[in-house]
Design a protein around this ligand. Structure first.
Ligand SMILES: NC(=O)c1ccc[n+]([C@@H]2O[C@H](COP(=O)([O-])OP(=O)(O)OC[C@H]3O[C@@H](n4cnc5c(N)ncnc54)[C@H](OP(=O)(O)O)[C@@H]3O)[C@@H](O)[C@H]2O)c1
Length: 219
């Protein structure tokens, strides 16, 4: 089966670049989205050069969303709602993966409901299949050992089980294990886990603490 085209909106940033590198290395066509075409194209070219591929393109966020089968949102948290407002007309029937964690690393605190994913669903409407994932996967970890498995698991929250399965396949392609973790409402808790991980990083002098699930055998 042909791989879906993945657009990463805000893909010029740390988390988006890490995900783009992993999917491009796994053979997926990737579109890097940005507010600026030139910045997107440069970021895409950097990834192509790094991996020796030609499958990564750069586009403005709206055009990236149009070109994609599946979109991933990795803009800074303060631009979450505005970015979704700008692209809401072009995502009908598509999966939008929301990686947003509303936690300030300088003063980590668990965020309040509704989750960023629920806010995305509210803005985009019921025809868009919103899935929250990757909030606990640090960008620094993603960029290490591209093409190798990562010692991190990903919790997947959505009200659309079929979309969850598709996202779990993408997580596996990126070298991690994905687990269905309940509806979009649960994503507030997953975002809150980031507050815990940042606190642990500070305490232990690290940068890439993440999570692993125990007690569920691999499929
Ligand atoms: N960093 C991590 O380790 C990590 C881990 C898990 C989840 N996340 C989540 O991933 C998201 C991105 O985090 P990050 O650390 O990758 O952020 P980042 O590198 O600081 O920024 C990501 C991108 O946001 C875009 N952006 C900045 N200001 C914007 C604005 N006013 N409007 C629209 N877009 C704007 C920029 O893209 P352009 O300038 O190209 O438009 C930038 O490249 C956040 O929601 C965060 O919670 C991050």
């Amino acid at each position: 089966m042909e791989h879906p085209i993945i657009a990463i909106l805000g893909g010029t940033g740390k988390e988006g670049t890490g995900l783009a590198l992993r999917w491009a290395a796994a053979g997926y066509p990737v579109v890097i989205g940005s507010r600026e075409l030139e910045k997107a194209s440069q970021a895409a070219e950097n990834i192509n050069l790094m991996l020796g591929v030609k499958t990564v393109r750069g586009k403005k966020n709206i055009d990236a969303a149009k070109a994609a089968d599946i979109c991933v949102l990795t803009v800074i948290q303060s631009a979450h709602n505005e970015t979704l407002d700008n692209i809401k007309g072009v995502l009908e029937g598509k999966i939008l993966i929301d990686a947003t964690s509303r936690v300030d690393y300088r003063d980590p605190k668990p965020p309040s409901p509704p989750s960023a994913g629920q806010q995305a669903q509210e803005i985009l409407g019921a025809s868009v299949r919103v899935v929250a994932a990757f909030q606990n996967v640090p960008a620094k970890l993603l960029s290490k050992g591209i093409g190798q498995p990562l010692d991190a698991d990903v919790l997947v929250c959505t009200d659309d089980l079929e979309a969850a399965q598709q996202v779990i396949r993408l997580i596996e392609a990126a070298g991690m294990r994905g687990y269905y973790a309940g509806g979009l409402e649960n994503a507030t808790v997953v975002e809150g886990m980031t507050s815990i991980l940042i606190s642990m990083n500070k305490h232990y002098g690290l940068k890439d603490a993440s999570i692993k699930v125990a007690g569920i055998p691999s499929a």
